[in-house]
Structures are given as structure tokens and as C-alpha cells.
Design a binder for this molecule. Structure first.
Ligand SMILES: [Ca+2]
Length: 180
């Protein structure tokens, strides 16, 4: 089914090559738009109904990382299970050269009760995989950093300050059409 969706997406995109994209959406006709990617040549990883982009070109603050993903019609990643964590670790291991890499996710700690939420989905974080000794729980460490460490076989979490300069993992659901 997903393959069919992709084919539809690409066929539609090809037919509308001259159409002007609007906020990540490309017009199909005067009633429908289909979600597309900018640029379409980005190398995306797939797990279930999500696509991911590993941004390792520059390091930025949490909000710079968020801005980068949104510019490309994506969100900062939300990891909703151990399986998704395992997939991302394996995909990153193939993508990266040896070393330790720090990425922003969409996780934030929200007032007033300091619950962790995924901004990418708006849902509470239900699966945590904290780095040993974390979270530090200081007043300013309210943003969820993902660490892909040489020594670990999974991605581990750290609560981090907003100004930390990190890479980013972006995520988007499989393309879908919307009715206008
Ligand atoms: Ca911390």
C-alpha cells in the first residue's frame, strides 16, 4: 500500500512539475494538494510509516534544529518505542563514521509538572532510554538530546540546555493528500 502511495505521489509530482509548492504541499488540482519534500533529493530513511533525515551538515540550537526540519516539511524526531530507537541506531550506525554524535529530538519538558512531551506528535513521551546518570534535572535542561555513542548499541537520552549546538534528526509521516 505504501509503495502504491509513493508511486501516486511521484506520478502526481511529475505531472505538476511546474506547480508552485505551498508549505511543503504541491497542488494536484484546485481541490487537493499532496505533501512533498524539499528538496526531493534528500536521502531519507524509512521505518514503518515514517521517513527520517539525519542532519549532520551543521550544529545548531534546539530551535535552529526545529527550524531546519520544518523548512523541509518535517518535524524533529519523536521516538515512540524501543523498536524505533533500535531502527534509528542501526540506520545511524550505517550513516555515520565512527565517533560520538549528538542530535536534537522534538522532546521537551513542559511546565507546570515537568512532564516530557514530543513536540513532533504532541504526545507524552512513554519510552525513555536515559544515559547513565541522566536526566540531570537542572532548571534549564528541558530539551531532549539524543546521543549516538560508539560505546552504546542504542541511542541514549540526555536532558540538555536549549543553546547546545547539536545535529538534528527530522521525521515526517508518509506522504498523504489533504482536501481543501
Ligand atoms: Ca543532562
Amino acid at each position: 500500500m505504501f509503495i502504491q502511495l509513493f508511486l501516486v505521489c511521484f506520478l502526481v509530482f511529475a505531472q505538476n512539475a511546474n506547480a508552485t509548492p505551498v508549505g511543503g504541499y504541491v497542488p494536484i488540482n484546485d481541490k487537493e494538494m499532496i505533501f512533498s519534500y524539499s528538496p526531493s533529493t534528500m536521502e531519507l530513511q524509512r521505518y514503518q510509516d515514517s521517513l527520517y533525515y539525519f542532519q549532520t551538515i551543521f550544529k545548531g540550537t534546539f530551535f535552529q534544529a526545529m527550524q531546519f526540519c520544518k523548512f523541509h516539511g518535517m518535524e524533529l524526531v519523536s521516538i515512540e518505542s524501543k523498536d524505533e530507537n533500535d531502527f534509528l541506531h542501526e540506520a545511524l550506525s550505517k550513516f555515520l563514521t565512527a565517533g560520538d554524535y549528538l542530535f536534537w529530538s522534538s522532546g521537551i519538558k513542559v511546565e507546570p509538572d515537568n512532564r516530557w512531551e514530543w513536540m513532533g506528535t504532541g504526545k507524552p513521551i512513554s519510552y525513555f532510554n536515559w544515559l547513565a546518570g541522566q536526566p540531570g534535572n537542572t532548571a534549564t535542561e528541558r530539551y531532549l538530546e539524543l546521543r549516538h555513542l560508539n560505546a552504546n548499541r542504542e541511542i541514549v537520552y540526555n536532558d540538555q540546555v536549549v543553546t547546545q549546538a547539536n545535529y538534528a534528526i527530522c521525521e515526517v509521516s508518509i506522504p498523504k493528500t489533504i482536501n481543501l
